[in-house]
Design a protein around this ligand. Structure first.
Ligand SMILES: Cc1cc2nc3c(=O)[nH]c(=O)nc-3n(C[C@H](O)[C@H](O)[C@H](O)COP(=O)(O)OP(=O)(O)OC[C@H]3O[C@@H](n4cnc5c(N)ncnc54)[C@H](O)[C@@H]3O)c2cc1C
Length: 74
């Protein structure tokens, strides 16, 4: 446990390998991470749950309804 509760981290602050950071740090993925962090925070407040208890499957459904692409086209 980090001792840090109810904090959502997005964009360049994500924890990733050097290679993953190199691709995730650009604007597009940062916009997407920012949107996800914002929606997750709103869900946590609305459902009165801690950040770690936000249901990820529900979060993904909301993001997809908003037009987010969560599964890359192969
Ligand atoms: C020179 C340069 C060129 C780039 N060119 C491209 C490009 O062509 N295409 C591309 O996709 N990506 C590019 N990038 C990368 C991309 O812009 C960044 O990786 C992206 O903006 C990171 O988003 P972020 O939200 O992590 O940080 P930022 O966009 O830096 O946003 C952080 C925000 O937090 C604010 N802030 C900082 N401290 C505090 C505080 N204490 N309290 C309140 N607010 C605070 C800052 O003012 C800033 O507005 C470039 C980056 C740089 C530096």
């Amino acid at each position: 446990m980090s001792g840090l509760e109810n904090v959502f981290v997005a964009d360049r602050n994500l924890s990733a390998t050097h290679a993953a950071q190199a691709s995730a740090r650009v604007a597009g993925p940062c916009f997407a991470m920012g949107e996800a962090a914002g929606v997750a925070a709103a869900m946590a407040v609305r459902e009165n749950v801690a950040s770690r208890d936000v249901p990820v499957d529900e979060l993904q459904c909301v993001l997809e309804r908003q037009g987010a692409i969560l599964t890359p086209a192969l």
